[in-house]
Design a protein. Structure first.
Lengths: 654, 217
């Protein structure tokens, strides 16, 4: 396996290409695994407690070894950095054709450090890299930046693909995102803020090179089998057109939405259903990335006949909203019209900002207003203008988005790091405790799905290395009540049973290892979730990894590789001082009972500690402190990591 | 069936004798306009099967996903669309071969399609504008790339991401295959076969219906 890492020091303008050794793939697989290692090594030489907005922070981009090899399992690029909004480990994945093209341009990883003296963009083409002036791009949003770079660079030797930030990133808004090809977003953690803090407006890439596959015949054979197993699954047909929107009906059925800052868990009205979307708005199905057998993304174009509110957006066209775009708009903010939900998706993408943290920040002030906790004076102080804070009012919402993107008033300043820090700063400022209206999990990250009846999800929100999040340890065994999978992994059925805490922490630990593997292969998670034979990246995808890299591992070894990657992310957070008390969730999830849906009267506190204990147990970490143990790290071949942790006082000798 | 007189397309010991009629190729490649999802799997698969060293490179593929097929072709009202630009293996002789000054094209005896003999090709690129469908491509190193049907079982058709619908003869959920390798009668029959009216279900509903998710509290 050959792989090249581009080091970019924006302070000095130095560009250096490093050939990554085969050994690094044997240890860290690729993709997010290698990204994590690059960041870990960086912070052995730099202060790990640095301000994430300072030049000392690192911004790593990486693709996995399966990307663009004909596996058909999608391609996800991954950015890794120290998160400016949560202050902990940060990473985020997205599609687009940018990661695909990075490989053909001859790179697999890009590590950016320092800070450019003026706005720049990074241009990569066929093994060459160049830092170029971006003053003409500064002030543009992600779509405009992408278009300008396309016009500037032309179609030779290949199409241009980009990674861009908008004004939010330039203004170093903590929850600013990085957008791939102007349509797919690396939303979580504030990667856009890190790029903005480095004066790095964009990365543009063109390439005409190739990617070597160790065993082409085996790879073609594998993808043939993979395609056949996907084709057998009936659910895929619907998923091809609806994508994640198919979850809307199911979530309405079980009460898993997030309504008005999670005061409820069902959508109101009948409009926001995936059926209505497909019938009225869906125009064209296409892939989000490349090399994907599913193609669950799609395009809409509003012609004004869809609804009364759609008339405002005639001619608007963009990608179909994903479930969490819908969950944040139709749920958290109670927008009840598809055209407005789609518009929310478009503007959060153009402004390049995480719609989870953004919607929860807005729904927080809306809920304060709903309870009459904000006087007119408070509102005037927050917004510098009279501002109505009506649920579901798109005009209000757009104004509040711009407040945050441009940090143009007190609200924008306080909430630029999301709802947790916003609520905390506002509470401190006013001397009143509003924290119970703020929805967040680990790191202060927020998430717009109902947690309380779903113990594995609740546990995911508390332990995910990058802050509250469902994509590290997806609790689908439990949410889909997959008794077959529970039996397969644990020999028992309880992991699929919502009524007991048993095996929920275990489930998070096992699935986190699997997801870490998939993220390191650099593929999409949907193929794994949808493939009934799949659900076992260590076996199924492990074969593809062997065909591409020549590294042939047993499923047990691969699961250990996944565990090693998870432990490195944990170690990074431990170095920052995170302990058991930081693996927690907000007051509403913890103590306020659900009032509706299939599971009323549930609070997370009922099972929280039991599940967390079990998670630590399966991880082999110390239950009291939440820290890693020397013995477990050594058994994973992470003795060097254990030494660093010991020096920082973040290791338990056991 | 009558055939036009042939230009000499033949090199070496192959089945075609100069002056003899070449039978029309029955099985052709077809690509539906504005149905492709732009997944690039066909390009990746094509470049992989044609690379002796196992190199994937979409620019070495013998077909391309066209990002603006709606221009000048049947455009859907919403204006979106992609299509795979793919060799039609047209007529006898194919226009690309007719313009070749080096007689580098020959008929493959197995697949009965015209292909380029790279050792005879002088890379003059006359065939590129000579192709009425713009499907002869130039690799970064100047090599001319033309579809050779992969020995009769085209990798692109097999890899096309709308394959499930092909397996179901175009009946499922209004989605039809994008790439075909078939005779024209079969191609027309598949296209004219109206999709069965059927409710489309998302992943989670399918699970609900199959009882994979219980609705009991």
């Amino acid at each position: 396996m050959e792989s090249r890492l581009l080091h970019v020091n924006l302070s000095t303008g130095e560009l250096r290409i490093e050939q990554l050794s085969h050994a690094i793939f044997e240890r860290w697989i690729g993709g997010s695994g290698i990204n994590n290692w690059i960041m870990w090594e960086h912070f052995l030489k730099h202060d790990v407690n640095c301000d994430p907005r300072s030049p000392d922070n690192i911004f790593v981009f990486g693709v996995g070894p399966l990307a663009g090899t004909g596996s058909g399992s999608g391609i996800k690029g991954r950015i890794t950095f120290k998160s400016p909004c949560y202050g902990i480990f940060g990473d985020s994945a997205a599609g687009g054709k940018f990661p695909y093209m990075v490989r053909f341009a001859g790179f697999d990883h890009i590590a950016v450090t320092g800070k450019a003296p003026r706005p720049v963009y990074l241009y990569l083409c066929d093994g060459q890299a160049e830092i170029r002036d971006a003053s003409h791009l500064w002030g543009k949003n992600t779509a405009e930046t992408h278009a300008a770079l396309n016009a500037e660079l032309g179609d030779y030797p290949s199409h241009v693909h980009t990674l861009t930030i908008s004004q939010a990133g330039e203004n170093q808004v903590g929850i600013a995102a990085v957008v791939s090809d102007a349509s797919r977003i690396h939303a979580r953690g504030g990667g856009g803020c890190v790029m903005g803090s480095k004066n790095l407006k964009a990365i543009a890439v063109q390439g005409s090179g190739g990617v070597r596959v160790a065993n082409p015949k085996g790879m073609l054979e594998w993808s043939r089998g993979f395609r056949a197993s996907i084709d057998k699954n009936e659910a895929i047909y619907g998923f091809k057109r609806r994508g994640t929107l198919g979850a809307v009906e199911m979530y309405q059925h079980i009460g898993s939405h997030f309504w008005r800052n999670n005061q409820g868990n069902m959508f109101r009205g009948d409009e926001i259903r995936s059926d209505n979307w497909v019938k009225k708005y869906h125009k064209y199905s296409e892939v989000c990335s490349a090399d994907c057998f599913i193609a669950c993304d799609g395009r809409y174009k509003i012609d004004g006949t869809e609804s009364e509110k759609a008339k405002k957006y005639v001619g608007e066209t963009f990608r179909r909203p994903e479930y969490l775009t819908t969950g944040s708009a139709a749920g958290a903010l109670d927008i009840r019209d598809w055209a407005e939900v789609a518009h929310w998706g478009k503007i959060t993408n153009d402004y390049g900002i995480d719609n989870q943290d953004l919607s929860c920040s807005i729904s927080f002030v809306m809920e304060l207003h709903q309870h009459g906790l904000l006087s007119e004076r408070d509102i005037a102080e927050l917004f510098d203008r009279p501002q109505s804070l009506e649920w579901g009012n798109m005009e209000d919402i757009e104004a509040l988005i711009e407040d945050i993107v441009f940090r143009r008033n007190l609200f924008g300043e306080l909430f630029n790091d999301g709802p947790y820090w916003g609520a905390l700063r506002y509470s401190q400022r006013t001397g009143r405790n509003f924290m119970k209206y703020s929805i967040y999990g680990k790191g202060g990250a927020s998430f717009t799905e109902e947690m309380r009846p779903f113990p594995t999800w609740m546990n995911n929100m508390a332990v995910a290395s990058r802050g509250a999040d469902h994509l590290k340890g997806i609790g689908l065994i439990e949410k889909f009540q997959r008794r077959d999978l529970s039996k397969r992994y644990f020999g028992r059925l309880e992991a699929a049973d919502l009524s007991t805490p048993v095996l929920k922490g275990a489930c998070t630990a096992v699935v986190e290892n699997q997801v870490a593997l998939l993220n390191s292969y650099g593929v999409c998670l949907f193929h794994w979730m949808l493939d009934p034979a799949g659900y076992a990246p260590e076996e199924y995808y492990g074969r593809a990894f062997a065909e591409v890299t020549g590294i042939d591992r047993s499923p047990e070894e691969l699961m250990r590789d996944g565990e090693r990657i998870c432990n490195l992310e944990k170690a990074f957070n431990s170095r920052l001082g995170l302990r058991r008390e930081h693996d927690t969730i907000c007051e509403r999830w913890m103590f306020e009972p659900t009032t509706e849906g299939m599971y009323p009267g549930k609070v997370a506190a009922d099972m929280f500690d039991t599940v967390l204990d079990e998670y630590y147990e399966w991880r082999g970490w110390d239950k009291a402190s939440g820290l890693q143990t020397a013995s477990r790290l050594e058994s994973l071949g992470l003795g060097d990591v254990a030494e660093v942790l010991a020096a920082d006082g973040a290791l338990v000798r056991a | 069936m009558s055939h036009s007189p042939q230009k000499e397309l033949v090199t070496g010991a192959i089945w075609y004798e100069p002056g003899a009629d070449i039978p029309d190729v029955e099985q052709k490649l077809y690509a539906l306009q504005n149905q492709c999802t732009d997944c690039n799997v066909c390009e990746v698969a094509c470049s992989l099967v044609h690379s002796p060293d196992g190199i994937v490179n979409p620019l070495l593929a013998r077909l391309k996903v066209n990002h603006a097929p709606q221009v000048g072709r049947r455009a859907p009202a919403h204006g979106f669309g992609f299509a795979a630009d793919i060799c039609h293996h047209c007529g006898n002789p194919p226009p690309c071969a007719e313009v070749c000054p080096a007689d580098a094209f020959y008929y493959d005896p197995q697949t009965r399609v015209a292909v380029i003999a790279q050792d005879k090709c002088i890379q003059c690129m006359e065939c590129v504008p000579g192709c009425p469908f713009d499907v002869i491509f130039v690799a970064p190193d100047g090599e001319l790339l033309k579809c050779d049907l992969c020995g009769g079982e085209p990798a692109c058709v097999e890899a096309c991401a709308t394959r499930p619908e092909l397996a179901n003869a175009g009946k499922q959920y209004n989605r039809v295959p994008v790439l075909f390798h078939a005779d024209s009668a079969t191609y027309r029959a598949v296209l004219q076969d109206k999709p069965e009216p059927r409710d489309e279900v998302g992943m989670m509903q399918a699970m609900l219906e199959k009882g994979m998710v219980s609705s009991a509290a």
